[in-house]
Design a protein around this ligand. Sequence first.
Ligand code: KIV
Length: 275
Amino acid sequence: MRVTINNIKGMKERGEKISMLTAYDYAFAKIIDEAGIPIILVGDSLGMVMLGYESTIPVTLEEMLHHTRAVVRGTKQALVVGDMPFMTYHTNTAEALHNAARFLQEGGAQAVKLEGGVRMADTIKKVVECGIPVMAHIGLTPQSIHQLGGFKVQGKTPESASRLLQDALAVEEAGAFAVVLESVPTPLARLVTEKLHIPTIGIGAGEWCDGQVQVVSDILGLFTDFVPRHAKQYTHLADIIKAAVGDYISEVQSGSFPTVKQSYTMDETIIEGLR
Ligand code: KIV
């Protein structure tokens, strides 16, 4: 049985911490799902860690749907959340509804995520009214990095802390089932978590959030361009992969790969007959 948004809300009520990871393809989604993660986000971080863009801004809806379908095919139990890319929910409500619906109808996701607090509350309300669960994302919202002046911690001044709290209250009021707090000082994330009835999922927001989300390539040491401060590398897959590929290259060069074990036999008289 797939995890539902009610299961996720119930976890907050019971004080059970919620873990969430990104995934972008079938193979990784299957492994992560089998490991028991309750929520998989097909994040638009796809653009940076899988497609090599400098930010999430160039990611298109078609790219997101393509990867969402692959992730959904790889999962049986996790709630799959599709991340709505830049400018696919801003222009007007009709467009936001249409594009959110595509994540469920064409992508097979069970929910969508979108960035923004107070300014997105009306949109969230309309999407939720159509039966599409929404996870909101406030604090550092990477689709607005040019407006924010870079990847900076949000909510450090009295004004911006108050704005962040208002954003959190607005998305809850609008009907979001959870909210991502990105790059928010720990005491502010704690206050928001105490004030909200819906779960807060932190990334760079400290230990008081109801849950944590990480980019899978960061925690597995697969993305080597930079390691964000908020990420912990649980392994170093890039090094492991390089070593394995190095062994393969050496064995091909030396002729020790393939062996009989990796080869197919046949009746040799057929070959003789062809000579
Ligand atoms: O795109 C993404 O991976 C995200 C998470 C970092 C929350 O939005």
